[in-house]
Design a protein around this ligand. Structure first.
Ligand SMILES: CC(C)(COP(=O)(O)OP(=O)(O)OC[C@H]1O[C@@H](n2cnc3c(N)ncnc32)[C@H](O)[C@@H]1OP(=O)(O)O)[C@@H](O)C(=O)NCCC(=O)NCCS
Length: 315
């Protein structure tokens, strides 16, 4: 038998290890990570808004859920240990999430696996948001692109300078993603968390400045190279990621999106990576079209489910 979920705001080091083991085993079997990068960062980082829910069975961790943004945000991620599926552990965690959050509860199903779809249907969860993962091969011509030839006149590109560019980048990120539920709220602490990660490389964090407004970030392309990100065509190889890309609203509509995308792809191709991947919201038609026109194809969809009568994708 398993316990009712326990809610904590900070995990003990031993609990962090238990969650990592459970998550790694589930990822290996499911082929998809159940927890997002943000949720994984919240496992062991200092103070965070996250709430953790743990279900134990015979002293072992059977299931885990996290509210990465706390109860006020309402979105949750949930994973049940391989040996404990179809025993009601997921249902218990879902009930605990709904109890904490109320009617605004939402649950991410990364990869929208068959188990998640069946669970959603059994528990009357409705899809309310989609996040597409897209991929595209990187070619020799990507690597050979000349930076100066990519950008329109009056703009130049340079790498992010740690210690100098944080505030300017945060301002442009907040403006470019003002309507995005997660990205637009990134704080200095969130940025510094990522800069402290092993994968962080300022050389792959490209800032575009307008000659007319030096010191301000007109657009940016933050790329990420993380060994966990496998190439679709060759799972033995690492794929580079279009991690975050944004154009300041003051510079939108001037054809910057494609050249700024190309700048990052050139960087990733020069590192010898065979493929680029990215994540984009299903309702962001402009971005989906831009990426499709540059050769990206959707390879996986994450679905956010809601248990109540929230607006659904179909209505
Ligand atoms: C989805 C997941 C959380 C379900 O957890 P769980 O503890 O196995 O779910 P429960 O035992 O509470 O299942 C409740 C009902 O959902 C349905 N269900 C769950 N998994 C199912 C599966 N693999 N196949 C068919 N039905 C399934 C069943 O109707 C089940 O009731 P039943 O066993 O009495 O028939 C678990 O499979 C998991 O961790 N998957 C990977 C992570 C993930 O996708 N998370 C997002 C969830 S939206």
């Amino acid at each position: 038998m398993f316990s009712d979920p326990v809610a904590v705001s900070v995990l003990e080091p031993q609990q962090v290890d238990q969650v990592r083991v459970l998550h790694d085993e589930a990822r290996a079997a499911d082929g998809v990570a159940a927890l997002s990068e943000q949720a994984l960062l919240h496992l062991a980082s200092g103070p965070s808004p996250a709430v953790h829910l743990l279900t134990y069975a015979e002293g072992d961790l059977a299931g885990y859920a996290q509210l990465p943004g706390g109860p006020g945000d309402g979105s949750a991620e949930l994973v049940v240990g391989l040996g404990w599926r179809r025993e009601g552990v997921g249902s218990g965690l879902l009930d605990a999430v709904v109890q904490k959050v109320g009617a605004g509860a939402r649950l991410w199903a990364h990869g929208n696996l068959p188990s998640a779809r069946a669970f959603a249907s059994a528990r009357h969860l409705q899809p309310v948001r989609e996040l597409h993962k897209m991929a595209r091969p990187l070619t020799a011509s990507d690597a050979e692109s000349e930076v100066s030839a990519l950008l329109p006149q009056g703009f130049s590109a340079r790498p992010f300078l740690p210690g100098r560019d944080e505030d300017a980048w945060l301002a442009t990120n907040a403006a470019a993603f003002a309507h995005h539920p997660e990205q637009g709220r990134m704080t200095r602490a969130d940025l510094e968390d990522r800069m402290a990660q092993e994968w962080f490389d300022p050389g792959g964090f490209i800032l575009v400045e307008a000659d007319a407004s030096p010191g301000e970030v007109a657009a940016f392309h933050w790329t990420k190279v993380d060994r966990e990100q496998r190439a679709t065509a060759d799972p033995g190889a690492t794929a580079g990621e279009v991690y975050v890309l944004g154009v300041h609203p003051a510079h939108q509509g001037r054809g910057l999106a494609r050249p700024v995308t190309a700048l990052g792809l050139a960087h990733l191709a020069r590192l010898g990576l065979p493929e680029a991947v990215l994540y984009v919201d299903g309702d962001n038609r402009a971005a989906l079209r831009t990426y499709e026109s540059m050769g990206f194809r959707s390879i996986m969809v994450d679905v956010m489910y809601a248990p109540t009568a929230q607006p659904t994708l179909s209505g």
